[in-house]
Design a protein around this ligand. Sequence first.
Ligand code: PMP
Length: 285
Amino acid sequence: YDDRDGKIWMDGSLVEWRDAKVHILTHALHYASSVFEGERCYNGKIFKSVEHSERLKRSAQLIDFEIPYSVEEIEAAKEATLKANNLTDAYVRAVAWRGAGPDMGVASARNPVRMAVAVWEWGAYYGDAKTKGAKLDISKWRRPDPATIPCEAKAAGLYMICTMSKHTAEAKGCSDALMMDYRGYVAEATGANVFFVKNGEVHTPTPDCFLNGITRQTVLQMLRDKGITFHERHIMPEELESFEQCWLTGTAAEVTPVGQIGDYSFEVGALTLDVAESYEKLVRS
Ligand code: PMP
């Protein structure tokens, strides 16, 4: 994975994939001072590319550093990386972090802010779940209170409990975990937002303590355009029993039907498949 051909954009220029390295005293490695983006390029065009670059800049500001590149420069970096790797359909990972420098403790004002862009081919995030429905575990870890961490940032520190939740889920034969929030409401999966269907209407958690995903917002607009009623609200885990369909949204996940969450089952229904198909058309249009 690291010793292979290819190019990675790093701090303003393209370097060999195998040479894209950082020092062990990188601040981000010790203190999670890192933000990133996950994007997908379809037919040579990154879906909502500018929105992702803007979110990357905003995520950094939320965790107290400024990326030394403009949105336009980040756009150009992504384009250059795709071109250098000869890819038109790929996952795009932009990442920015506080590097190694004179500050070796918690403070890091004197250390350089660094940035990289890597691209690679990445198929369906949940394997064959697109037709069968993904199986989710229910995590014991909760999305934190917004007073404890800037939860609108796509920041590395917020993913520690996601990795732990996902590993536990995979050990149980599930593809992902549904996480509750600090109040006990249904929040999201470890890298995707969640939607439910009941009596032809859609219900999705209010994104007040987790990422309001770009795919989530795209799907909500799609529902508006289709004239489908949706409710953004706090959802109790006890309500899972009453929902007929469920799907996840995310750049990597796209729109993936869910067949099971813990002991609750859902059908891969017509509305879910319609939304998944419309999303697939939109990203390639
Ligand atoms: N929540 C989390 C925790 C995520 O990692 C992601 C993926 N970025 C999402 C939601 C979905 O966000 P988006 O649709 O912007 O990819």
